[in-house]
Design a binder for this molecule. Structure first.
Ligand code: PMP
Length: 449
């Protein structure tokens, strides 16, 4: 066997090599077909091999593929920034382009800190986050994330930022109403701000719906209004991490639109270029830009590939494609249908405890006991079993956790391309049901031993 020179996530795992993709399907070198039910890492939002995007990429590369942003701007980058200002809510009008979601949340964090510096408040430099969250793999972004598996090896190097709980009604709303839960979460934020001191906190960061660390955990309609009110009372900026939920994924262009709260800064990535090239952004409101524009006039961040024209033109073509083909609407309609079909499976299943999410962002949590909501033992590795069984059936699903320890709370996310048709949803659900049946039989067999 020829050796590999590529470092892969799990070094002793045999990853099939994908030869091509078309629409919601991927094909490996053995000719096996997979439904991309997770859009990779919730990224390939318009599906694979879209001719229009390929043409836009070729067009831009004929003009210029790279310029350094400290020397030049380009039509591609300017047009993309304008487009983002048009599709984002409120006065989120300024874009700082980066190449990954981690860079986007880290840039958002730095801009929040800089905002307060420009206003003469130099001690406001901590970020409050929810422990059950994932904001990225770089050190700053990881410091804002409670994702234990991704943190534990680097714990001594991370900043110990303050954190609070995330809305997890499936487990928290037993004795309490959703309203009472939301009051509790808002009070927790306020207490934490008072404990640390508002003069030391620049911003509160939250995913509108929690992805990798929550399995599409979805807040109530009123949750973010309560949290934002606390932020406003204490002069804390609000950063929405829309890296996973943005650009149509949840049935609105941005998930915060479900909750009627406009963030001060927003991070976006993944679906923004639908995976055709790396592209992400920190999108900043007029209000936050103002003291920077009137002050140092410099945003102290950046990467060599920031705003590179090839990625900008690609992302612009993706956003135009989403708009032209009403894919946000399709996400809402076929997402609701997907959730309905999964809820039917859940009724009959002994191990699906909760189905949640909006649009084509459907989270499924597995439990050993539906009545007590007891999670499976870690050693059973349930998420992996579900992912593997679906893989065997030709369906890709996204693994997630939903426990405050970042280890328990087995969940997966179904997040197929926004282009998926109703018939394709049916085929996805058929494959998922077969895999679920196999895992369920295996788990119930293990438990009865
Ligand atoms: N924020 C959120 C909400 C994410 O889901 C992710 C990626 N899973 C990131 C940030 C980090 O993005 P990237 O992997 O592109 O660095």
């Amino acid at each position: 066997m020829t050796r590999t020179y590529l470092i892969k996530p799990v070094l002793d795992h045999k990853y099939p090599s994908i030869t091509h993709g078309e629409g919601i399907y991927l094909y490996d070198e053995q000719g096996k077909q997979y439904i991309d039910g997770s859009s990779g890492a919730v990224t390939a939002s318009i599906g694979h091999g879209v001719q229009e995007i390929i043409e836009a990429m070729a067009e831009q590369s004929k003009k210029v593929s790279f310029v350094y942003r400290s020397q030049f701007t380009t039509g591609a980058a300017e047009q993309l920034a304008k487009k983002i200002s048009e599709i984002t809510p409120g006065d989120l009008n300024w874009s700082f382009f980066v190449n990954s979601g981690s860079e986007a949340t880290e840039t958002a964090m730095k801009i929040a800190i800089q905002y307060w510096q420009e206003k003469g408040m130099k001690t406001k430099n901590k970020i409050i986050s929810r422990w059950m969250s994932y904001h990225g793999i770089t050190m700053g972004a990881l410091s804002m994330s409670g994702h234990i598996q991704r943190r534990e090896r680097f714990e001594p190097m991370l900043e110990s930022y303050p954190s609070i709980s995330a809305p997890y009604y499936y487990r928290d709303a037993g004795q309490r109403t959703i309203e009472e839960c939301d009051d509790f979460y808002a009070q927790e934020l306020e207490k934490e701000i008072l404990r640390v001191g508002k003069d030391h906190i620049a911003a509160f960061i939250a995913e509108p719906m929690i992805g990798a660390a929550g399995g599409a955990l979805t807040p109530s309609d009123g949750y973010f209004q309560k949290m934002k009110a606390v932020c406003d009372r204490h002069d804390i900026l609000f950063i929405a991490d829309e890296v996973m939920t943005g650009v149509g994924r949840t049935g609105k262009m941005f998930a915060m639109e479900h909750f009627n709260v406009i963030p001060d800064i927003m991070a976006t990535g993944k679906g923004m270029s639908a995976g055709y090239t790396p592209m992400a952004a920190a999108v900043v409101s007029e209000r936050v830009m103002e003291p920077i524009l009137n002050g140092s006039k410099i945003v102290m961040s950046g990467h060599t590939f920031s705003a590179n024209p090839q990625s900008a033109a690609t992302s612009l073509a993706v956003l135009n494609y989403i708009e032209k083909n009403n894919l946000v609407e399709n996400s809402a309609v076929n997402g609701a249908y997907l959730k309905e079909r999964v809820c039917e499976l859940a009724e009959a299943s002994k191990i699906i405890g909760d189905v949640r999410g909006k649009g084509l962002f459907v989270g499924i949590e597995f439990v050993e006991d539906k009545l007590t909501k007891k999670s499976f033992e870690r050693a059973l590795d349930v998420v992996n079993k579900i992912v593997e069984a679906n893989f065997a059936e030709g369906l890709l699903v996204y693994p997630a956790n939903a426990g405050a320890d970042g280890l328990t709370g087995d969940a997966v996310i179904l997040s197929p391309p926004l282009t998926i048709t109703r018939e394709e949803v049916d085929e996805l659900v058929r494959r998922f049901a077969v895999a679920l049946g196999k895992v369920e039989r295996e788990l119930l067999g293990e438990l009865s031993k």
